[in-house]
Design a protein around this ligand. Structure first.
Ligand code: HEC
Length: 151
């Protein structure tokens, strides 16, 4: 074998062994099944909120459920663990009151939520609270995103 071939041979061997060990490890563990890091608690209203979310181009700044842009605005996976329903309702009604200088205030970059009626805002809130995360997720609340008290 040439030197290059030998390196290739050992490298692919090592990758195969690692893959087998990692898959076998997952099946042989006796512990509880690993929790999903991000998950959602779906409901009818949350589904309606998701449809509105897609129709209104929220994906062009936010990322959620493995779709949309990252790096422009906060990733909304886990939003329902970081924020309470009350917080989200208040934010949808008047972003400025919850986040001073918010991008969603009327004269800034994000869509102005006042274009939506009360029912539509409610669907958005139901969708956003349905997005949960578990410890171990990068979307789980860590300082400075302390979980809001759920009253
Ligand atoms: C033009 C970019 C843009 C678009 C489009 C956009 N957002 Fe945002 N959004 C932002 C930015 C930036 C923030 C950061 C926080 C702030 O400024 O209030 C934000 C924050 C948020 C937050 C608060 C996150 C938190 O916990 O602090 C929610 C909820 C939200 N957006 C929902 C939506 C929804 C629903 C839509 C679609 C109707 C939408 N956004 C479309 C830019 C955008």
């Amino acid at each position: 074998m040439k030197k290059g071939e030998r390196i290739f041979f050992w490298l692919s061997g090592a990758i195969t062994v690692l893959a087998v060990v990692s898959v076998a490890g997952r099946y042989s563990s006796d512990g509880p099944p690993r929790q999903a890091r991000d998950y959602y608690e779906w409901s009818d209203a949350a589904g309606k909120g998701y449809v509105q979310y897609k129709q209104n181009g929220c994906n062009s700044c936010h990322r959620v459920l493995r779709m949309g842009e990252a790096g422009v605005a906060p990733v909304l996976d886990g939003e329902g663990t970081r924020r309470s329903e009350q917080w989200l309702s208040a934010y949808m009604q008047d972003p400025e009151s919850m986040v001073p200088g918010s991008a969603h205030s009327s004269d800034r970059m994000g869509p102005d939520f006042r274009q939506f009626d009360t029912q539509q805002r409610q669907y958005f809130v139901k969708f956003l609270v349905s997005l949960k995360s578990n410890p171990g997720s990068s979307n789980y609340p860590v300082p400075p995103f302390k979980p809001q008290p759920k009253s």
